[in-house]
Design a protein around this ligand. Structure first.
Ligand code: ZN
Length: 488
């Protein structure tokens, strides 16, 4: 028996036994991207980490509803209700409609996640598609007395809320400490309290994305969308809420406050957060110039990269660090990951070369248990990978006959690799895909060479037979002045 699944809960700052509210169902909400620019690598890591968590929960038998939103409205440049709308600013810059920006970067986001072989979420709700739900929730918070309206803008009243609920509980901070970090309000401020945040923001004459509401034309604050959409699809209390660590202090703290003020129950049982990326030890950021996009990482088109790295090398590299640890990018580390990834894939291809023996010199059941123990310990992928490299050693030794495996154990080993390498870690064998293409190209060159010789020898029967049989097999060939072209 492997140990039961434990998950580190940011809320309690401890690993807790995972007990879903209504097994076998699991509700998981992950804050998705703000689609006003290319998805950056830090975000990609978050979504790849939650893809692995999603895959593992599915693998161990849970029926998971995975909701990951698209923020396509209401995200201002500063996270504290200040600055310009991110979409409007980009729309002006690129001379596009805000929804063209949304469409462009949503497609780009999906493409990057497809290249990384992530599974799509069960539901991917967009903020603009849930304005009604957000308005309803704001009305309820107002009715409960935890919000106030000032000239068309609705603010959440943090001090009032904190008389009854612990605001800042997610980052373990008290109201006084939080207040210290904020600026004094001036006479022009509409807010009553320094920590108050906007639920609904009044539209300015130039605002492009705006909707009618009981408080006039405006748009929702950034935090309310996640409270409204998680409630709609997962209920007032659900199992897992995830996101990047940078969302804890403001976005997730405010999500908890909004949901609790509205429904009077704690919204989430397990809060799960992924850590940040660093490059050669320094925090990755756009302003520091050391932040690269996924496609730059694939092509190597960035001053900090010696060359490009394949999507599966990057995914394997990410899995080598625990999701709660920082992940440091360097050319050396990526090159080491590339070697490791190739070694893993080669060993899987070699399993078929193992000759079955009468007895096994290694314990495959124990190896399997160790793999589950690793994942059950807060999805510890680096420990899992260490176990998979023990499997690599066993495979290579069994091919060389320095270890022995029975036919049953060979099958178990094959299943183990399928489960953990492909189903759980979400890797694919890139060499297999490429090899398939190379083999077909090689075969076609051979066939077309034979046809060319036949034509040179005026052997029209053979030449026609090749053309007709290829056609019957679904391959069309065409003679052009530059030679022969073919297509499936
Ligand atoms: Zn969110």
């Amino acid at each position: 028996m492997s140990q039961p699944l434990v998950i580190y809960n940011t809320l309690s700052r401890a690993k807790e036994l995972f007990e879903p509210i209504k097994p076998p169902f699991v509700g998981m909400y992950v804050c998705g991207p703000t689609v006003y620019s290319d998805v950056h690598l830090g975000n990609s890591r978050t979504f790849i980490s939650f893809d692995m968590i999603y895959r593992y929960l599915l693998h161990i038998g849970y029926k998971v509803r995975y909701v990951r939103n698209i923020t396509d409205a209401g995200h201002l440049e500063g996270d504290n209700d200040e600055g310009e709308d991110k979409f409007a600013k980009k729309a002006k810059l690129e001379q596009l409609e805000p929804m063209e920006i949304v469409q462009k970067y949503t497609l780009g986001f999906h493409e990057v996640l497809r290249i990384f072989n992530t599974l799509p979420p069960s539901i991917e709700p967009a903020a603009t598609g849930h304005i009604v739900e957000q308005i309803e929730m704001i009305k309820e918070i107002l009715a409960a007395g935890y919000a106030y309206e000032t000239d068309g803008t609705v603010y959440f009243d943090v001090e009032k809320y904190s008389l009854e609920y612990p605001y800042g509980v997610l980052t373990n901070r008290k109201l006084e400490d939080l207040l210290e970090g904020t600026r004094e309000l001036s006479g022009q401020d509409e807010k009553r309290g320094r920590l108050d945040f906007a639920l609904w923001i009044k539209a300015k004459p130039e605002t492009l994305m705006k909707w009618p509401s009981p408080w006039g034309w405006g748009f929702p604050g950034w935090h309310i969308e996640c409270s409204a959409m998680s409630t709609k699809y997962l209920g007032t209390t659900f199992d897992i809420h995830g996101g990047g660590m940078d969302l804890q202090a403001t976005h997730h703290t405010n999500e908890i406050a909004q949901s609790q003020a509205c429904h009077h129950v704690e919204p989430v049982k397990y809060w799960v957060h992924t850590n940040m990326l660093t490059v050669n030890g320094a925090r990755m950021s756009k302003t520091a110039g050391n932040g690269f996009l996924p496609k730059e990482l694939f092509t190597g088109d960035h001053p900090l990269l010696e060359r490009g790295y394949s999507p599966m090398t990057v995914r394997f590299f990410m899995a080598q660090s625990h999701y709660r640890s920082t992940l440091d990018f360097s050319n050396e580390a990526l090159q080491a990951a590339e070697k490791g990834y190739k070694k893993l894939m080669e060993s899987i291809q070699r399993i078929s070369k193992i000759e079955p023996a009468d007895s096994s010199s290694v314990n495959i059941d124990e190896l399997r248990k160790n793999c589950y123990d690793a994942m059950n310990d807060d999805f510890n992928s680096p420990v899992l990978i260490a176990q998979l490299f023990e499997a690599v050693r066993i495979i290579n030794s069994a091919v060389d006959k320095t270890e022995t495996l029975t036919a049953t154990d060979i099958e178990k080993l094959k299943a183990l690799m399928q489960t953990f390498v492909f189903d759980v870690l979400g890797l694919t064998d890139e060499s297999e895909a490429n090899a398939g293409g190379d083999v077909i190209n090689g075969l076609m060159n051979l066939i077309l060479d034979i046809r060319k010789s036949a034509r040179e020898n005026k052997d029209w029967a053979t030449s026609d037979k090749i053309r007709d049989e290829l056609k019957a097999a679904g391959v069309e060939i065409k003679d052009t002045k530059d030679g022969v072209e073919w297509r499936v």
